[in-house]
Design a protein around this ligand. Structure first.
Ligand code: TLP
Length: 342
């Protein structure tokens, strides 16, 4: 029972068949019909003029930063965002930008804080090159950033002529859980990155979407990074299945996460904000069990359950297509036994 991440999902049978039957061509020449179809479909769904198939969420975010910014620019982002915490410092290593982290609440930056952080004209200051948002917010526990917050930040950014990029690795989770179409979220962004390989179960890949001229420049940045692939329709084909067939079922992952959180919250020593479980990520505080993260995770592993450490005393469980409701029930029972008998 692997609750470490929704990234562990394997391609479905339909995806494998689509891979096998994919029509292909040289995508660096723009001649892969399956990639072209995926990019068109994704652009339509996200309400953008154009889209680019990239190898990963990290590559999508970094190509966005490289395309939007100049070296020496400053990027405003949330203090616990994936781009800031988990992309190996790529924004500074590759784009030569500096980051300006703002502590959010439940992952959401306060629009007035963003406004204050945008640089004015001063010879000493960097230029504010970009504002990055993340929805859902991973480190905050899969929280949905309210659309109103996105709208306010976007309006402020427009006034100051600063572009907004959305790390929407799990944007479909936000859309399914809130009932608000992805387009409504991406409307308040200039560019958006979505992952096909998380809850949507494709084996590889992300989409970066934006205006035609932006994607043209982004395509060159992807090439510079060695991300210009050839007969890559075999990897785009499962991405099409992901977008067409795998979105609605995310509701099951959310229901399982809620049930998991409720079950875990009844175990003495485990603290969870059950109402804070809005999508497929559960964060639980195990400090009162007296076990360290390592001890807790080792005991879970012996009981056939995989989860991941987050902060000190905080464990992350993620639900996805390959963990059924029965598995969630079994995991709750086994974790209760572990804590009782520790
Ligand atoms: N997140 C992974 C780990 O890197 C932490 C996970 O297991 O959750 N943005 C967000 C919000 C993400 O959560 C991730 C992956 C990415 C970007 C990067 O995507 P990949 O792994 O495709 O580079």
């Amino acid at each position: 029972m692997d609750f470490r991440s929704d990234t562990v999902t394997k391609p479905t049978k339909e995806m494998r068949e689509a891979m096998m039957n994919a029509e292909v061509g040289d995508d660096v020449y723009g001649e892969d019909p399956t990639v072209n179809r995926l990019e068109k479909l994704a652009a339509e769904i996200l309400g953008k003029e154009d889209a680019l198939f990239v190898t990963s969420g990290t590559q999508g975010n970094q190509v966005a930063i490289l395309t939007h910014c100049q070296p020496g620019d400053e990027v405003i982002l949330e203090a616990e965002s994936h781009i800031f915490l988990y992309e190996a410092g790529a924004a500074s290593a590759l784009a030569g930008v500096q980051t300006r982290p703002i502590q959010g609440t439940r992952g959401a930056m306060d629009p007035s804080e963003v406004k204050k952080a945008i640089r004015g004209e001063d010879i000493h200051h960097p230029e504010t090159g970009l504002i990055c948002l993340e929805n859902t917010h991973n480190k905050a526990g899969g929280k949905i950033i309210p659309i109103q917050t996105m709208k306010e930040i976007y309006e402020i950014a427009r006034e100051k002529d600063v572009p907004v990029h959305l790390d929407g690795a799990r944007l479909f989770n936000a859309a399914v859980a809130s009932g608000i179409p992805v387009k409504e979220f991406s409307k308040y962004t200039d560019t958006v990155q979505i992952c096909l390989s998380k809850g949507l179960s494709a084996p590889v890949g992300s989409i970066l979407a934006g205006s035609k001229s932006f994607i043209q420049k982004a395509r060159k940045w992807r090439k510079r990074l060695g991300g210009g692939l050839r007969q890559v329709g075999v990897l785009a084909a499962p991405g099409i299945v992901a977008l067409e067939k795998m979105v609605d079922r995310l509701a099951e992952d959310h229901a399982n996460a809620r049930q998991f959180a409720e079950g875990l919250s009844a175990i003495p020593g485990i603290t969870i904000d059950v109402d804070g479980v809005e999508t497929n990520i559960i964060l639980c505080d195990i400090r009162e069990t007296g076990l360290s993260n390592e001890q807790f995770l080792t005991k879970l592993k012996e009981a056939g359950i995989l989860a991941g450490p987050f902060d000190d005393g905080i464990i992350r469980f993620v639900t996805h297509r390959e963990v059924t409701n029965e598995m969630v029930q079994t995991a709750i029972e086994r974790i209760a036994q572990i804590i009782a008998g520790k």
